[in-house]
Design a protein around this ligand. Structure first.
Ligand SMILES: [Zn+2]
Length: 516
């Protein structure tokens, strides 16, 4: 529904602009914010009866097509025993013709009784006719059955020292995952378009008006372009290209960035290390619960250097996944080689989950953005001390330290790894408590951020991370009319009440794309 001009009245509008932090009404015309607190008699009017309007939420780290795929496959999030996963698949086995792959996502061994990776026989017993591949909650490991191993020709003697590992003959970590995944039938453009459409539905219902899509291959790019042509892509998307595929990147580096109203591609995504949950994050000192294991490095120095060089020379932003303290350091050193101090390239470290004191000035010196997901902290804190011990625990999710150093943090969820709900991200950022268990002490409370800072992470600073701060992330005349309407003011309600906030409406380009 696009009505223009449109007037939203009786609202509690949080503009995030210091000169005029609160207003009561907004006039929208031709997809833009035309005026604040102004009278326009001829406009169609919506009375918001005191609801709160914030700049449209932007999720700065998202996986849109994976979200749609996740909604179609087995959802294993929160399941507290491997046997329950087996039962779930068994119960539905008759829906899958012999030979088809059974896929799922979201298992997490840290929720199980002994916290250990399962043995091969657990999945092997389900079916000899169906290959099964189940992705871990963090996307950095898959758990497969015997049929999947047979199809891939996997042999126990294989060595995956280059950034991968196989545990118990059934858990394939990081670079080892590809040896299985390349046998899973390729998705067609129709599959991907269907995933994206499903993903968007959930996205707008969470009040999100724009996403930074943190891994796009050619299929995703063409699917989004085709959906936009069909006028069937009601959000904004900032794409980060698959940094592993040199052939795919070549024409992009030759032809330069893409920028239009709905879709921008000016970033490349790379992976330096894995994740802490599967002990793939690269650490300076060994894991506390796995002697001699320092994690994985997924990209050689030389390859990363070449990629950084290409991005630098062709005007692309480089966004590199780094979680462990050493993983972060490796990224910073290569970034610094090109950025050489003050700059406006806005190269990002995705996650920046574990960072030593001495690396924070290196972010500042080179204007590097830590792109962070508050809920990763509050999901992972359950087992963090076991993984890395007490002495290093202050290095985790250092939001306040980064802000105090003068950095901007684009905030996101990494959906579908987390739920993709900005209210939960906001709650995690201001409380450092799990939304599932809010009646406890804040975890590493010194890194909590204020309510306004948390809101900026999910709006103003996310826009900055995509070079859009001049038109999105605040509510100002001339800015895009991307708005989220909330049932209450999350900057003033009680802490407990934050979790009861409802998304009432989502506007993109002045168009109502979701209504509760
Ligand atoms: Zn991600």
């Amino acid at each position: 529904m696009k009505i223009s001009p449109l007037k939203l009245i009786n609202a509690n509008v949080i503009t995030l602009h210091p000169d005029m932090p609160k207003v009561e009404s907004i006039i929208i015309k031709d997809g833009k914010i035309e005026g604040l607190n102004q009278n326009l008699l001829s406009a169609k009017t919506i009375d918001l009866k005191g609801s709160t309007i914030v700049p449209g939420f932007i999720d700065a780290h998202y996986h849109l097509s994976n979200l749609g795929k996740f909604l179609e496959n087995f959802n294993l999030v929160g399941i507290d025993s491997p046997q329950k996963i087996v039962n779930l698949i068994r119960k539905n086995l008759s829906n899958f013709p012999k030979g088809t792959w059974i896929l799922g996502r979201g298992w997490d061994q840290s929720l199980w009784e002994n916290n250990k990776f399962p043995l091969a026989k657990v999945l092997d017993n389900i079916s000899i006719d169906h290959p099964i591949s189940l992705t871990r909650i963090d996307g950095h490991a898959i758990w497969v059955n015997k049929r999947a191993r047979q199809i891939s020709g996997f042999e126990e003697s294989l060595d995956f020292t280059a950034g991968g590992e196989v545990i118990n003959n059934c858990i394939f970590i990081d670079n080892a995952m590809d040896s299985i995944e390349k046998y899973i039938p390729k998705q067609t453009e129709n599959d991907v378009k269907r995933f994206i459409e499903k993903g968007i539905k959930q996205t707008v219902s969470n009040g999100i008006t724009g996403i930074h899509d943190a891994w796009q291959d050619s299929l995703i790019v063409t699917s989004i372009q085709s959906l936009i042509k069909q006028d069937n892509f009601p959000i904004r998307c900032y794409g980060m290209l698959n940094g592993n595929d040199k052939e795919f990147l070549k024409p992009w580096f030759q032809n330069g960035i893409l920028k239009n109203n709905r879709y921008t591609i000016r970033a490349v995504k790379a992976f330096m290390d894995g994740a802490l949950g599967s002990r793939g994050a690269c650490l300076f000192d060994e894991y506390n619960d796995d002697c001699g294991n320092f994690g994985l490095i997924l990209l050689s120095k030389d390859e990363f250097d070449k990629l950084a060089n290409n991005c630098y020379n062709h005007g692309f932003q480089l966004c590199t996944h780094a979680i462990g303290d050493k993983g972060n350091k490796l990224v910073l050193d290569t970034y610094e080689k090109y950025l050489c101090g003050k700059n406006d390239k806005r190269w990002r470290v995705e996650h920046a989950q574990m960072v030593r004191d001495e690396e924070i000035p290196q972010f500042v010196k080179n204007d590097i953005l830590p792109s962070m997901q508050p809920s990763h902290c509050t999901s992972d804190m359950r087992w963090m001390e076991q993984r890395i011990g007490n002495k290093r625990i202050h290095r985790i999710s250092r939001w306040k330290s980064f802000l105090n150093a003068g950095l901007k943090i684009p905030g996101g969820s990494d959906c579908p790894i987390e739920k993709g709900n900005p209210i939960l991200e906001f709650f995690s950022a201001v409380t450092r408590k799990s939304p599932d268990n809010p009646n406890v002490e804040s975890w590493q409370a010194q890194e909590k951020v204020s309510r306004i800072e948390a809101l900026k992470m999910l709006t103003t600073w996310a826009a900055y991370g995509g070079f859009d701060e001049h038109r999105r992330g605040k509510i100002l005349p001339g800015y895009d009319a991307d708005l989220t309407i909330l049932s209450q003011d999350i900057t003033t309600c009680s802490e407990r009440d934050i979790l009861n906030t409802e998304i009432l409406m989502t506007f993109v380009d002045g168009e109502l794309v979701y209504k509760k």
